[in-house]
Design a protein around this ligand. Structure first.
Ligand SMILES: [Zn+2]
Length: 251
């Protein structure tokens, strides 16, 4: 649903309104849209900042816990003074200072089985920036069930990975990862610039989806910032996928 632009909007977004295929109609669609950003750390903080810059009308941020000093190498919405304070509140405050015309709702919880359907139900698109597969797969399942587009941003050390899921039109995350990879560990090396790179790439996917620009269909972007090599891989839909596959008769 689009929301009419004001003269202030036209002034603020002047430098992007002339992008091919975007224009005032695309900007108005961004203004009328809401996005769930799961985790606003190194990846999600950069993504949320770019969605705020682009003029998405409403962000719903979900992240539990207080800021630690070792978060500050990558979590760009935070500040030194905010150590030991709730992260999600700092992120919401910073985003509202940056773009006062937007609405930011902060939920001091991580996405879980208990809240995922409700959170996904409140938005038009989902940005998945969680470091844990369990959360990513939960959001994927809810997004597919509610037919909401989902952008999954992932990283490990110098590698980034980006998948856009359009329910009914592309494979989903569970086609690629039917279960949590058993060897995956929560703690891994992170540079802020690598986290920010995949966050910014994901933000552009969200902008394209919401504004009507064409997102890549069913492909995964894989980037290695150590070697500076990027490639895209065509994903295959798993007909037996427990999330997006066709249910077999009798189930
Ligand atoms: Zn699937």
């Amino acid at each position: 649903m689009s929301s009419p632009l004001t003269p202030d909007d036209r002034a603020r977004y002047e430098w992007q309104l002339s992008a091919a295929g975007f224009g005032e109609a695309g900007q108005a669609r961004l203004k009328g849209a809401a996005v769930l950003v799961s985790r606003i750390g190194g990846v999600g903080g950069a993504l949320a900042q770019q969605l705020a810059a682009a003029g998405v009308g409403r962000l719903l941020l979900a992240h539990r816990g207080n800021l630690r000093v070792n978060d500050l190498n990558r979590q760009v919405l935070m500040s030194q003074a905010g150590v030991d304070q709730p992260r999600v509140e700092q992120a919401a405050r910073r985003l509202c200072e940056f773009n006062p015309s937007m609405v930011v709702d902060a939920v001091a919880e991580n996405v879980s089985e208990a809240n995922v359907e409700e959170l996904v139900g409140k938005v038009d698109a989902v940005a998945c920036c969680a470091p844990l597969f369990g959360e990513r797969l939960l959001m994927n399942r809810a997004a597919v069930r509610q037919r909401k587009p989902l952008v999954d941003c992932a990283m490990y050390e110098m590698e980034v990975q980006l998948i856009t899921v359009i329910p009914g039109r592309t494979p989903c995350l569970a086609c690629l990862y039917p279960q949590e990879p058993p060897a995956w560990q929560r703690r891994f090396p992170v540079f802020g610039a690598v986290a920010g790179a995949v966050g910014c790439l994901g933000a552009m996917e969200i902008v394209k989806i919401l504004s009507g620009l064409e997102p890549p269909r069913g492909r995964m972007l894989i980037g290695d910032l150590r070697s500076m090599e990027f490639r895209t891989v065509q994903l295959r839909r798993d007909p037996q996928c427990a999330v997006c596959g066709v249910p077999s008769p009798g189930t």
